[in-house]
Design a protein around this ligand. Structure first.
Ligand code: SAH
Length: 358
């Protein structure tokens, strides 16, 4: 059980702590190796640390503050964890496997405040931002789910929440993941090029990310080729507008050299007409852009469905005919509710059912 007095280890400056406690500085590096490289699940395992130090760490810190309340494994070996945080809130994170490549998808908020009409995370609004430690913990939990010979290759910040609405906690987490384990404040030594942050499109925050010089990939959830339709699908668009988002995305490319990709979830009868594809191509012409067409994952309480295979193919062909780079995202973990927010949603449905008077 977590002691209320303990602090999350992942939020601690270990060099500083060692210094304050008369512990030799190299111990900080040893602890980091256990956390980020050697996949320790307890302080007791850290057997190159003196017993007294392990006891001291145990008394003062919690290695992981969450508990795994659900762990699902899909037939395609996608794995999804529902983590319960210290305050009882839950978040999801996902491990996706492709030949020779492991990608983890992490959340940045409990719920989401953006309200996109097809998304499970937005259904209950945003509860709170995750802390840096809670963001890091998702990566480490998934790292421990993998086999000994598997390593994380990519991180996508595409789980629950709007990452750019929580940059203050996200950036320190991403920096840690890119720093070497030997560096104070490190890390997993992942290249920023292996990290993709997906945003609903908040222009000011996109500029802030560009100015941070971090150099990760940026994905923008566009979902419509004009403001009228986009504002229906992505309500926050009313306050921003596509032109401002494209402007900020172009600046992002200029500053970082990283191409921006545009996500487009195909919703049957809403944004999947060939005419929409042509309009999208026209909109993106002259911009450094790559379109990622995403089949919609069904979300049970929503009266929306994804486009048919045929419809998807013709949308993609139309874009290609107009000279746009396009890929269709493979569906992963469809049998385990892998669309972001779905597991948390179904968990709360269980809770609601359990609580309902019979
Ligand atoms: N808030 C951020 C990141 C989280 S959502 C954003 O909007 O980009 C990550 C991606 O998953 C977004 O492109 C989002 O539109 C998409 N998504 C959400 N619900 C989905 C669903 N039911 N089916 C398919 N994609 C979905």
């Amino acid at each position: 059980m977590n002691d209320v007095q303990t602090r999350p280890l992942l939020s601690v400056d270990l060099e500083h702590w060692c210094d304050e406690h008369n512990v030799p500085g190299y111990r900080a590096g040893q602890i980091r190796r256990w956390v980020y490289e050697r996949r320790a699940n307890s302080f007791a395992e850290m057997n190159d640390l003196p017993q007294a130090l392990r006891t001291q760490l145990e008394a003062e810190f919690t290695l992981f503050t969450s508990t795994i309340v659900r762990h699902q494994v899909s037939t395609d070996r996608t794995e999804k964890l529902l983590l319960k945080l210290e305050d009882g809130e839950t978040v999801e994170c996902v491990l996706m496997r492709e030949t020779g490549r492991r990608t983890v998808c992490i959340s940045t908020q409990v719920g989401c405040g953006m309200g996109c009409i097809f998304c499970a995370s937005g259904l209950m609004g945003v509860k709170r931002n995750l802390t840096t430690a809670e963001i890091l913990e998702q990566v480490l939990r998934l790292d421990r789910v993998m086999k000994d010979n598997e390593r994380i290759a990519n991180i996508v910040v595409m789980g629950m929440g709007e990452p750019l609405a929580n940059l203050q906690a996200l950036m320190p987490a991403l920096r840690t993941l890119t720093m070497l384990v030997t560096e104070p404040g490190g890390g997993m030594g992942l290249s920023p090029r292996r990290i993709t942050v997906s945003t609903v499109g908040l222009p000011d925050r996109m500029r802030e990310l560009a100015d941070s010089d971090f150099g990760c990939n940026l994905a923008v959830s566009l979902h419509a080729p004009n403001d009228e339709l986009r504002s229906r699908i992505v309500p926050v668009n009313k306050g921003t507008g596509i032109a401002a988002i494209l402007g900020a995305a172009d600046d992002y490319f200029q500053k970082t050299g990283r191409r921006v990709s545009y996500e487009y979830v195909l919703l049957a009868g809403i944004n999947d007409e060939p005419e929409h594809a042509r309009e999208l191509a026209k909109l993106l012409r002259g911009h450094q852009a790559h379109v990622n067409v995403i089949p919609m994952n069904a979300v049970s309480p929503l009266d929306l469905s994804g486009s048919s295979q045929e419809r998807t193919n013709s949308f993609v062909h139309e874009l290609q005919a107009c000279g746009i780079n396009v890929t269709v995202r493979k569906r992963k973990g469809a049998d385990i509710d892998a669309a972001c927010g779905q597991l948390r949603l179904s968990e709360s449905e269980h809770v609601m059912l359990d609580a309902a008077p019979t």
